[in-house]
Ligand binder design. Structure first.
Ligand code: ADP
Ligand code: MG
Length: 376
């Protein structure tokens, strides 16, 4: 059983992006010391932490160095090497373990795991070459989406095939050269939603209210809470969250993404074994945030019952949105403005977000829709 880690102790975080930064804010507030391991000097998380080890995530010597300096180790992204985690476990406790990592790092094992627990995924086939691609398209029926098995995020490593007669085979071959791929039926989406769930080593859980998500170009654009879905779908989604958290032996925070089809079927899309972009609104909207819950979980503290204090909307600030949003900030007392402090501003890179608490979410969504900042 993992020890309880009390304030004053040191938390090591592998990964120094915005998720690590927001974890660090919460840890520091409670009185923990935080050390970040990230290859980029002065990364987002290092800016708000006690110290940083500048090293690649695969550098086992430096991971061991981090482990020796920490009372507990956590990671903020899913592409950490499970073997490296097992190595550093000799030096400190890593309560998140590697089960959730191993299952979710690979779209095949992820979908198999979801189905083995009795939950639906979208119709899909695994393909390894262009012949299997053709057979897959025939079986599923267009439109389909081809996805890499590993390492995809924000729609990267995906090809949408709307018309199978008219595709760029070079693009498909290029994805297949990276290894087996997942071919998925493209669902007519009524809604996308997500649920964040956190747990400590005793298995006590905090489950957050369901969040509704709108993507643009496969990148999360807008999240709102509470989600406008049927009671039946909500019950099902909370059941999935509880079951998968238990089966993955969850410690810390994870998020499950769902598709709701236009025929009101609920499919599990994917699982992120870490805090999630859609959960950022919990910082202002709930009694504890997904990051507080993560720190409580990995430190084996008590897990509170989550309450939504006020409905909220969160809109992402990508590279092209950051400067225009800053220019308008002084006109918006309702904006909770988050800038992750990344030095390289790139198009479509997540640079920050804005959360707005509101009793009239429709009006708030309309205001975001009408604001030209998010036209690009
Ligand atoms: P990522 O790892 O990039 O988040 P996802 O599989 O979640 O990959 O895909 C990103 C987005 O693309 C989804 O949130 C959804 O909007 C759209 N999408 C992906 N797969 C499907 C599908 N099978 N049917 C309909 N939309 C999909
Ligand atoms: Mg996704």
């Amino acid at each position: 059983m993992d020890k309880t880690i009390l304030p004053g102790s040191t938390i090591g975080i592998i990964g120094g992006g915005q998720l690590g930064q927001m974890m660090s804010f919460c840890a520091k507030e409670m009185g923990y010391k935080v050390i970040i391991l990230d290859p980029q000097e002065n990364c987002s998380a290092a800016q708000v932490s006690d110290d940083q080890i500048v090293a690649q995530y695969s550098d086992v010597d430096q991971l061991v160095e981090l482990a020796k300096r920490c009372d507990v180790l956590t990671y903020e992204f899913e592409n950490v090497d499970a073997a490296a985690i097992n190595e550093v476990k000799k030096y400190t406790q890593v309560p998140q373990g590697t089960k959730a990592l191993k299952v979710t790092q690979n779209r095949i094992s992820e979908k198999d795991f979801i189905e083995a627990n009795g939950f639906s995924t979208v119709p899909h086939v695994v393909i390894e070459n262009i012949f299997e691609y053709h057979r897959g398209v025939e079986k599923l029926g267009a439109p389909v989406i081809l996805k890499t098995i590993r390492g995809g995020y924000d729609g990267k490593g995906q090809i949408l095939v709307t018309d199978p007669e008219n595709v760029c085979y070079a693009d498909i071959e290029h994805l297949l050269m990276q290894g087996p791929c997942m071919l998925e039926k493209k669902i007519n989406l009524e809604k996308e939603v997500s649920v964040v769930v956190s747990a400590n080593s005793k298995g006590d859980k905090s489950i957050f209210p369901i969040i509704e998500n709108v993507h643009r170009h496969n990148i999360l654009h807008l999240s709102t809470c509470p989600a406008q879905i049927s009671e039946k779908s909500a019950q099902h989604i909370y059941n999935v969250a509880e079951t998968l958290a238990e089966k993955l032996e969850l410690v810390g925070t994870m998020c499950i993404e769902f598709f709701i089809s236009d025929e009101d079927e609920v499919f599990v899309n994917e699982i992120a074994p870490r805090p999630h972009n859609s959960g950022h609104l919990t910082i202002e909207a709930c009694n504890i945030s997904q990051f507080d819950a993560h720190i409580r979980g990995v430190c084996n503290l008590a897990m509170p019952q989550v309450e939504l204090l006020k409905p909220a909307a969160m809109v992402n600030l990508l590279g092209q949105h950051l400067e225009p949003a800053k220019k308008e900030l002084s006109q918006h007392p309702e904006w909770h403005f988050h800038d992750y402090g990344k030095d390289a501003v790139k198009e479509n890179r997540k640079m920050g977000h804005i959360t707005i608490l509101s009793d009239d979410l429709e009006k708030t969504k309309q205001a975001i829709e009408n604001n030209s900042i998010w036209d690009v």
